[in-house]
Design a binder for this molecule. Structure first.
Ligand code: SRM
Ligand code: SF4
Length: 561
C-alpha cells in the first residue's frame, strides 16, 4: 500500500517556490501570527513563529491570543563576519528584536522576540550588511559549519572558502526571498526554478560541516554531510566525505535515534561541489516524504544501505571515492584565551555562556563586543560551541582589544574547564518543543556539579557536559560525556559515555530524574572516577570501561536498549 505524503509536502508543493501566502500573512494586522501553512514556508526564509511560553496560560485566561513573536536565524557560513557586520548585527538586535543576540551551535546568530511588523525592516537592515537568512531553517541545506581554528590561518582561510562555496552552491535559487523582503522585482512563480531542489525541496532539513583534524569542534559526525580536511605537509589534499549523521530522536521511540555519519571515501577539492550536490539530490529523491520523523538522510542510508548510497552518489557526481584517509580527532570543544596563528595574527576566544550575548549586572558582554568591533581590524568567528573568537588581531592592536575585553568583563579567567566545556540549547521560553528548561537552568546545575568535582579533587577535569530541553538534540547532547535531555518540567534523562572528541554516541543511564537525583548520581560517579581512573582517562571513557554504560556501537540497534 502506498503511504500518504506528509502535510509539509503538500504545503511546499503549493507554495510556488516558497512564496506561500506570506505577503498576505505579513500584511494582516489583526493578528501577530502568520497563517498555519506560512509558518512552515517562513522557515525557509530563516523565520520561526514562536510565542512566549511563560505567558501562555495567563494570556489564555484573559482570552488573548498567544504572545506571538518571531525568531530569525541568519546564514553565516563558517560563523565568520566583519566588525562592520557585527555592529549592524548588534544594532538590529537592540532596535528590532528582543534586545539581545543568541550565538548558536551551528556558528550563526539568532534574534528572538521580533514582532511581525518588524520582520521586513530587520531583514532589509541585515541585507545592508550583506547578511541573509535564506535557508537558515527549512528543508534545505542549512548554515555550513567550518572549524574556526585560527592557529592554521592559511588553511582555515582555504577550508572556510569551501564552506562558503558549498553554502552558496546549495542555496535555494527561488527569487521569493528577494521579492518578499527586499522589494525585488516580482517574478512569475512558474518562471522560478530549483535546479538542485525541485519544487518540493528536500524531505527534511539538511546540515553540512567541515572539520580540520585534530579538532572536531563542528561535531562533523552529527551532520547529514561532513567533510574532514586531509592535510599533508601543510597543504590541503582533499576531504574524507561523511554522510548520514544526526542527533534528533524521540523519547522511547526505537525507530528514531542519533547516529554518527558514515565514511563515503576521499575526494579531491575540485570534486567537493559535485559530491555535495549528489548527496543532496540523492536524499531529495530517496528520502522519506511520508513520515517526517524518518525523513533525515540518516534514515535514508539505514534503509538503502551504505554501499548502495555510495554508488548512487558516485553515479550522480561522476566522482569515484578513494578509500578514506586515516584521521584522528582529539577534542570537540573550544580553546580559550589568546593564541597566535601561523601568520603572526592573534586570536582571542571568549567564553559566552550558552551563546547569549546580552548585558547583565555582572558583565556588559553586548556593549563590550560593540566597543571591540569599533576598533577591531580583523574579523569575528562564532564557534560551534556558541562562543566567539575575536580573530586576526594585529600585534599592535592586541593590547587595545584586551583592555576593552577586561573593562567589560569579557575575559572570564576564573570560569572552570568544566563550565567552558558545557553548553545548553535555548529551550524555554521560546522553543515550542522544549519539555524542560536548558539555557536558563544549566548554569546553576553546572555550579553544583563544579562543587562535586572539587569535592572529589576533579576541579581541572574538562568533561564535556551538554543539556537540551528535549531529545531533538540541538546542543548535540548525545555526543557529550554527560548529556542531560529534558523529559518533563524539572526532569531529565541522563546519558553517559561520549568520548570527548565527538566520535561516540553516549548511552541512556537513568531516565526521568530530578536535580537531586542527578547530583546524587554525579557525586557517586565522580567519586568512583577519581579513585579508579587511569592516567589521562576521560570521564566518558571511564564510564564505558568501568561498565557503567555499555559502548554504543550501532545506535540504530542499541541506543534505546
Ligand atoms: Fe535545533 C528544532 C534551536 C541546532 C536538531 N532547533 C529547533 C527549533 C527551531 C524548534 C522548532 O522546530 O520550532 C529550536 C528553536 C529554539 C529557539 O527558540 O531558538 C532549535 N537548534 C536550535 C539552536 C538555536 C540551539 C542552540 O542553542 O544553539 C541551534 C541552531 C543551529 C543553527 O544555527 O542552525 C540548533 N538543532 C541543532 C542541532 C545541532 C547541530 O545541527 O549541530 C541539532 C542536532 C543535529 C541534527 O539536526 O540532527 C538540532 N532542532 C533539531 C531538531 C531534530 C531534528 C531531527 O532530525 O529530528 C529539531 C526539531 C525538528 O526539526 O523537527 C530542531
Ligand atoms: Fe528546543 Fe529541543 Fe532544540 Fe532544545 S533541543 S532548542 S528544547 S528543539
Amino acid at each position: 500500500m502506498e503511504s500518504k505524503l506528509s502535510e509539509n509536502e503538500r504545503i511546499k508543493a503549493a507554495s510556488k517556490y516558497l512564496r506561500g501566502t506570506l505577503e498576505q500573512s505579513l500584511a494582516d494586522g489583526m493578528t501577530g501570527s502568520l497563517s498555519e501553512a506560512d509558518t512552515q514556508i517562513s522557515k525557509f526564509h530563516g523565520i520561526y513563529q514562536q510565542d512566549d511560553r511563560d505567558l501562555r496560560q495567563q494570556r489564555r485566561a484573559r482570552l488573548l491570543e498567544p504572545y506571538y513573536s518571531f525568531m530569525l536565524r541568519a546564514r553565516l557560513p563558517g560563523g565568520v563576519c566583519t566588525p562592520e557586520q557585527w555592529l549592524i548585527i548588534d544594532e538590529v538586535g537592540r532596535n528590532l528584536a528582543g534586545g539581545s543576540l543568541r550565538l548558536t551551535t551551528r556558528q550563526t546568530f539568532q534574534y528572538h522576540g521580533i514582532l511581525k511588523r518588524n520582520l521586513k525592516g530587520l531583514i532589509q537592515r541585515l541585507d545592508q550588511a550583506l547578511i541573509d537568512s535564506i535557508g537558515g531553517c527549512g528543508d534545505v541545506n542549512r548554515n555550513v559549519c567550518c572549524n574556526p581554528n585560527p592557529l592554521l590561518s592559511e588553511l582555515h582561510a582555504e577550508v572556510y572558502d569551501w564552506a562558503r562555496r558549498i553554502s552558496e552552491h546549495l542555496l535555494p535559487s527561488t527569487r521569493a526571498y528577494h521579492e518578499l523582503w527586499l522589494d525585488g522585482e516580482k517574478v512569475a512563480s512558474g518562471e522560478d526554478q530549483e535546479p538542485i531542489y525541485g519544487p518540493t525541496y528536500l524531505p527534511r532539513k539538511f546540515k553540512t560541516a567541515i572539520a580540520i583534524p585534530p579538532h572536531n569542534d563542528v561535531d562533523v559526525y552529527a551532520n547529514d554531510l561532513g567533510f574532514v580536511a586531509i592535510v599533508e605537509d601543510g597543504r590541503l589534499q582533499g576531504f574524507n566525505v561523511l554522510a548520514g549523521g544526526g542527533m534528533g530522536s524521540t523519547h522511547g521511540d526505537r525507530s528514531t535515534f542519533p547516529r554518527l555519519a558514515d565514511e563515503l571515501g576521499f575526494v579531491e577539492p575540485h570534486q567537493v561541489l559535485a559530491v555535495a550536490e549528489a548527496v543532496v539530490t540523492a536524499q531529495r529523491d530517496f528520502g522519506n516524504r511520508c513520515e517526517r520523523k524518518h525523513a533525515r538522510l540518516k534514515y535514508t542510508i539505514e534503509k538503502m544501505g551504505l554501499e548502495e548510497f555510495r554508488t548512487e552518489v558516485e553515479r550522480r557526481s561522476g566522482c569515484s571515492f578513494a578509500p578514506a584517509r586515516p584521521v584522528q580527532f582529539t577534542d570537540h570543544g573550544d580553546r580559550y584565551g589568546w593564541v597566535k596563528g601561523t601568520d603572526n595574527r592573534w586570536h582571542l576566544t571568549l567564553y559566552i555562556e550558552n551563546g547569549r550575548v546580552s548585558d547583565t549586572p555582572e558583565r556588559q558582554l553586548q556593549t563590550g563586543l560593540r566597543e571591540i568591533a569599533r576598533i577591531h581590524q580583523g574579523d569575528f568567528r562564532i564557534t560551534p560551541n556558541q562562543n566567539l573568537v575575536i580573530a586576526n588581531v594585529r600585534e599592535r592592536d592586541r593590547d587595545g582589544v584586551e583592555k576593552l575585553a577586561r573593562r567589560y568583563g569579557l575575559l572570564r579567567d576564573s570560569v572552570s574547564v568544566l563550565r567552558r566545556n558545557s553548553m545548553a540549547c535555548v529551550a524555554l521560553p521560546t522553543c515550542p518543543l522544549a519539555m524542560a528548561e536548558a539555557e536558563r537552568y544549566f548554569p546553576d546545575l553546572v555550579t553544583e556539579i563544579e562543587a562535586l568535582a572539587e569535592r572529589h579533587g576533579l576541579s581541572d577535569i574538562g568533561t564535556v557536559m551538554r543539556m537540551t530541553g528535549c531529545p531533538n538534540g540541538c546542543a548535540r547532547p548525545f555526543l557529550a560525556e554527560i548529556g542531560f535531555v529534558g523529559k518533563a518540567p524539572g526532569r531529565y534523562n541522563l546519558y553517559l559515555g561520549g568520548d570527548g572528541t565527538g566520535t561516540r554516541i553516549n548511552k541512556l543511564y537513568r531516565e526521568n530524574i530530578d536535580a537531586r537525583t542527578i547530583l546524587e548520581i554525579v557525586d557517586e560517579l565522580f567519586g568512583r572516577y577519581s579513585r579508579e581512573r587511569n592516567q589521562g582517562e576521560r570521564f566518558g571513557d571511564y564510564a564505558v570501561r568501568a561498565g557503567i554504560v555499555p559502548r554504543v556501537v550501532n545506535p540504530a540497534r542499541d541506543f534505546h536498549d
